[in-house]
Design a protein around this ligand. Structure first.
Ligand code: SAH
Length: 250
């Protein structure tokens, strides 16, 4: 018997949750996969599309209720590819915007495993869009910054320059920001950001149970608490949020 052919890993973005926002390529690869590694971020509608015959590994709820550590996910990807399998690592939104897709790619490259990234529609743009918020608009913002609201707790200093972010007059889009909402809003206010800057928090965007909580920097923490806002949510800060009233909920 000859040497088994090594398989290939596809780092596939699943978009923000509406299954019609899945790319044609993502759909084709999901349907052809031998193994799919996933977590819950893609959402039920997409996870329901995983093929019956594939080995499905929920790395978000592995062995009881624990998230599989990143190095174990990397190991699994390498291991299954070496078995000759076609592996799909399904990731919410776009694989290379937060969510550690870049780290997985580096590991695969280091292990000499063939891989391909399949970009997805990122929640950072699509979730505001469904809520009637264009992230740029000539009257409101000509630049946009994507921020992680939840930095590695092991890091001693924030990698984020809050003074600079407070002075920036484009749109700020915060991902993974629900648990640290109060802290991040405080950072902006204490560095001089206008308390009347419009803010929207969009939970479960593009999904049937999407919910938008709108306010301004000064009151958004209370509004979010009152409504029991939960992850996953996108936080949008800036003048473009004013368009939500006109363009949202059409
Ligand atoms: N790679 C992903 C982001 C991964 S980080 C992307 O490009 O979309 C995880 C964060 O994504 C969540 O904490 C949340 O801020 C955001 N997110 C992903 N899907 C979302 C959705 N449907 N609604 C709201 N936020 C979402």
């Amino acid at each position: 018997m000859g040497k088994t052919k090594t398989g290939k890993v596809y780092l596939v973005g699943s978009g923000p949750g509406d299954p019609e926002l899945l790319t044609i390529k993502a759909k084709r690869l999901i349907e052809a996969a031998d193994v799919v590694l996933f977590d819950q971020l893609p959402g039920k509608a997409i996870l329901d599309m995983l093929p019956e015959r594939a080995e499905k590994i929920d790395v978000g709820k592995y062995a009881g209720d624990h998230t599989l550590p990143q190095d174990k996910i990397n190991e699994l990807l390498v291991e299954r590819a070496r078995e000759g399998k076609t592996v799909v690592r399904l990731k919410g939104g776009d694989p290379y915007l937060f969510g550690r897709g870049g780290e997985e790619a580096v590991e695969l490259a280091a292990a000499g495993i063939e891989f391909e990234v399949v970009p997805g529609i990122t929640s950072a743009i699509a979730v505001p869009a469904y809520a009637g918020i264009p992230v740029t608009h000539r009257d409101h913002a000509s630049a946009v910054i994507f921020i992680t609201g939840h930095e590695d707790p092991i890091k001693e200093d924030s990698a984020l320059d809050w003074r600079w972010l407070s002075e920036f007059d484009g749109t700020l889009v915060i991902l993974m920001g629900v648990s640290e909402l109060e802290k991040n809003v405080q950072e902006l206010l204490s560095h001089g950001k206008d308390p009347d800057t419009p803010v929207a928090v969009i939970e479960r965007g593009t999904r049937p149970d999407e919910r938008v909580t709108a306010g301004v920097l000064r009151n958004i923490v209370n509004e979010a608490k009152k409504r029991g806002v939960r992850a996953p949510a996108i936080i949008v800060i800036g003048g473009v949020v004013k368009l939500h009233e006109l363009l949202g909920e059409q």
